[in-house]
Design a protein around this ligand. Structure first.
Ligand SMILES: Nc1ncnc2c1ncn2[C@@H]1O[C@H](COP(=O)(O)OP(=O)(O)OP(=O)(O)O)[C@@H](O)[C@H]1O
Length: 260
């Protein structure tokens, strides 16, 4: 597989089985460098599974995931890819600075990276506060700072705005774009469809399949829908109609044999 310069993440024929279910049957995707790419879709659609595959912590049954030219999860990517899981993985009894410094030590980053990471998420004025005393949005930003301290080129953020009010969500998306302006690639999942307007590109995922991968204006033009949610529903209806037509065709094709 050739990983072109323009793509930070290349997924080809990814297949994932979790438990006894095939949750990603055969997925292809490219995430361009330096953009904020949203991964949107309903709960259980496979967003976290795909993100886990991108950071190399998901057992895959087939296909390949290449990040910055290396296979996902390879040691060469350890410092180049940052991953923030759904639940903030920070220590509540430690301050913001202590948390970020802990991750700095784990990642082997230089000492001055701590204040830079805290400033990048606008938490300088709260640096000495224990994380337990912070709001949900500030805790989410602390989690992000703990990842940023390693200066990753690719950030994989699993539902970073879940549970946050619209103002805090807007603030976080502004930070994401600032990070992308520095040349980083952000792959951000959400099941809040109105966050589509905040993404440079959006990937709509349902039942482990990519229903759409485009900019929002392209998506709206293609579907004729007024917003991302309506577009998504239109794509689901179209996919269901195709599936029903295939099922009906298959039933017709087997009719003579069944009758025999
Ligand atoms: N540990 C697990 N064992 C077995 N199946 C799992 C496991 N975790 C998730 N799944 C299944 O894999 C599928 C995809 O789940 P995934 O968590 O990737 O979806 P998601 O789009 O991230 O959902 P959400 O928005 O609710 O986080 C679902 O059908 C889910 O039930």
């Amino acid at each position: 597989m050739n990983n072109t310069d323009g793509d930070a993440i290349v997924v080809e024929h990814l297949r994932v089985v979790r438990g006894s279910r095939e949750v990603v049957p055969d997925l292809d995707l490219r995430v361009p460098r330096g953009q904020v790419v949203g991964l949107l879709g309903p709960s259980g659609g496979g967003k976290s599974t795909l993100m886990r595959a991108v950071v190399g912590v998901q057992v895959v049954a087939g296909g390949r995931v290449v990040v910055l030219g290396d296979d996902a999860g390879s040691p060469a990517l350890r410092h180049r890819v940052g991953y923030v899981t759904q639940s903030p993985s920070v220590y509540g009894d430690l301050s913001v600075r202590e948390n970020v410094d802990y991750f700095r030590a784990v990642l082997g980053a230089p000492a001055d990276a701590v204040d830079r990471a805290i400033a990048a998420v606008d938490l300088t004025s709260h640096a000495t506060a224990p994380v337990d005393n912070l709001s949900g949005g500030q805790q989410a930003r602390t989690s992000l700072a703990c990842t940023l301290v390693g200066d990753p080129e690719v950030l994989v953020l699993d539902e970073p705005t879940v549970g946050l009010d619209p103002v805090l969500r807007r603030e976080l998306w502004a930070i994401f774009h600032r990070l992308a302006d520095e040349g980083r690639t952000l792959f951000v999942s959400s099941h809040v469809m109105d966050e589509a307007v905040r993404c440079d590109r959006l990937v709509l995922l349902r039942e482990g399949r990519v229903l759409s991968d485009s900019t929002l204006p392209e998506l709206l033009e293609r579907t004729g829908a007024p917003d991302a949610e309506a577009a998504f529903l239109a794509l689901i209806d179209a996919a269901d109609a195709v599936q029903a037509a295939h099922a009906a065709g298959a039933a017709d094709a087997t009719q003579p044999e069944d009758a025999a």
